[in-house]
Design a protein around this ligand. Sequence first.
Ligand code: ADP
Length: 252
Amino acid sequence: MSDLEEGIKYLEKYNNVRIDNKLNGFQAFRALMNITMPIDLSADFYRLQDKIIQDEYKKKKIVMLDTLIPFNKSLYLYKGDITLLKVSAIVNACNSKLLGCFHPLHNCVDNAIHSYAGLQVRRDLMKIMEIQNHDEPNGKCKVTNGYNLPSKYIFHTVGPTINGRVTINDKNDLSNCYKSSLQMALKMKLDSIAFPCISTGIYSFPNDIAAKIAIKSVKDYIKENNSKLKVVFVVYKDIDYLLYGSEIKYDN
Ligand code: ADP
């Protein structure tokens, strides 16, 4: 039996489900990871899972920061998958439960990050949330290791959800997602950090306003703190590439 088959069998048994046989290979394993609460997974399972994820990474190309061209001083723009990027920390756009996405193979960034980092991240966040004993407020930052990701750390932040009009509070919350992550990166003396377009997916923050807030929050913070931190804006959608591309150049 291959590692992948063994991993699928393990998680099917652990979750007491049978995986849809239309899914195969890593997709089947990922779908099972997504529904798994890592309450008593064994060290042997984590070793097997890590091998499966690392085998998957062998088929992909890791993007090193020094292959990107800075757009404006220490600011970079990268169009692609944040799980392929190697920086000191990547930021995850989470929901307030902070345990990752439980919808099998969902296309949110939270699902991608947890799936390629491994179930250790959900385990670590469960501990953090147990101690905290309440939902994570918007705009803060919690840290875990990156485990199987090319990046060393994951910063978990909750962006605002927009229902109708964007309020001042929503704008402040979004700005705080960026600022608290940058503050953590400085505190941890990291070299580089990468942000996805927080809140602009399921949380429905308008892309143009979000891009302006993201870039202004980062530029202000870097300036105020006279920081050398390299910051990558990771855009996934064409619209964000255009918006960030035009916004990032201006020295505002
Ligand atoms: P939110 O709930 O904060 O809106 P989403 O994950 O739904 O978070 O969307 C945030 C942004 O992340 C969107 O622009 C989405 O297209 C993008 N995204 C989704 N998957 C990835 C990925 N693997 N790498 C980078 N960005 C991603």
